[in-house]
Design a binder for this molecule. Structure first.
Ligand code: UD1
Length: 342
């Protein structure tokens, strides 16, 4: 195998990671997954292998275990790294901040240190639109929109992660880093062989919707109906996980073309906002089902309305989303139906 195609994908068995691994392989890369399966299931590796029709390398390692992680760097020679492995539940991070700081910050430091030690210069970091907080001037945020204080320890780990990366580049190391600021990832692979597998009670809207429809949870509470938005509910930029996965492939290709150390922050969204009620209505129309939903209180810390200015992702990476929120809702529902049949 050509080493220049080896890409380390931490958290590669997870939701976004698994879809990215498939797209990397389909574009001629050789991803090596590092995952400790605390928030992912082995079945996602089987799903990846079924889609691509061959086996993939997986090392069951916690990125916080530096000694074990170093062995993976000794075993393979990487041309790039995509670092997904991290916790991502806002509410849980408020209850358990130290586990978030340990996992998300220590993991990032370990991966960066080993990248430097082993001369792996191309690096993609999973960041989030959470760094913008509640945007003040416009609901459409560019990468120059001011960063706000984080509204949760989870959000703070992304903000601190970006700052650590800025400092590492400023120190003069030979690295090129892309911080991709994801908006709201939704959907599943069209084959329904991989998708989101929330462990325990889901928090994010789409898994709540599909799990309610299938009967796993009794009802949906829409968090607030008196916001200053199109219908009173919060508005988000829902990005199909397949488009998001492809942004990583485009990112790795762009990094390989850069000759000098650089860091760039890039929004990864569709540029379109969809309200919570619009998601529910679209789901009902697609599935032909009536969902058991009711309005509840506002959720603490919720951003009212945010969507991406997507100019930079197109100009820099030649990437744009192709799929809509509707496409993603269809694929999420097919995935939930497949899980039930299995
Ligand atoms: C949050 C984070 C985001 C992170 C994502 C990953 C913030 C502000 N946002 O996104 O950075 O990448 O989690 O998990 O930190 N909703 C309901 N009922 C439900 C569930 C959700 O009404 O049962 C509403 C929420 O109140 C929100 C919208 O649906 O208005 C989307 O919520 P969710 O899917 O949890 O994503 P975010 O909070 O936008």
């Amino acid at each position: 195998m050509n080493n220049s195609k080896n890409i380390l994908v931490t958290g590669g068995a997870g939701y976004i990671g698994s879809h990215t691994v498939v797209d990397l392989i389909q574009n001629g890369f050789n991803p090596i997954i590092v995952d400790d399966f605390r928030n992912a299931q082995k079945s996602s590796v089987a799903g990846i292998e079924e889609i691509i029709g061959k086996s993939i390398e997986v090392r069951e390692v916690d990125v916080c275990d530096r000694v074990a992680l170093k062995k993976v760097f000794e075993e393979f020679s990487f041309s790039g790294i995509i670092h997904f492995a991290a916790y991502k539940a806002v509410g849980e991070s408020v209850e358990s901040p130290l586990s978030y700081y340990r996992n998300n910050i220590v993991g990032l430091i370990n991966v960066l240190e080993l990248s430097i030690e082993f001369n792996v210069s191309n690096f993609v970091f999973s960041s989030s639109c959470t760094v913008y907080g509640e945007p003040t001037d416009s609901k459409v945020v560019t990468e120059n929109t001011p960063i706000q204080p984080a509204n949760s320890p989870y959000g703070n780990t992304k903000r601190i992660g970006e700052e650590i990366i800025e400092d590492v580049i400023a120190s003069g190391v030979n690295m090129k880093i892309l911080c991709l600021r994801y908006f709201n990832p939704v959907g599943a692979h069209a084959s329904s062989l991989i998708g989101e597998l929330p462990i325990g009670k889901p928090n994010n809207l789409l898994p709540v919707v599909t799990q309610c429809a299938i009967g796993k949870i009794p009802s949906i509470t829409v968090n607030g109906n008196d916001y200053d938005t199109i219908d009173g509910t919060c508005v988000r930029d829902y990005i199909h996980v397949l488009d998001l996965a492809n942004a990583h492939v485009k990112g790795v290709e762009w990094l390989a073309q850069q000759e000098n150390p650089i860091v760039e922050n890039v929004n990864i969204g569709t540029g379109k906002g969809t309200s919570v009620l619009e998601v529910i209505e679209t789901f009902e129309e697609i599935s032909g089902l009536k969902l058991n939903w009711k309005f509840g209180e506002r959720r603490a810390g919720d951003v009212v309305e945010i969507f991406a200015d997507v100019t930079k992702s197109f100009n820099l990476l030649n990437w744009k989303s192709n799929l809509s929120a509707r496409d993603a809702i269809i694929d999420s529902w097919n995935w939930e139906l497949k899980l039930k049949n299995d």
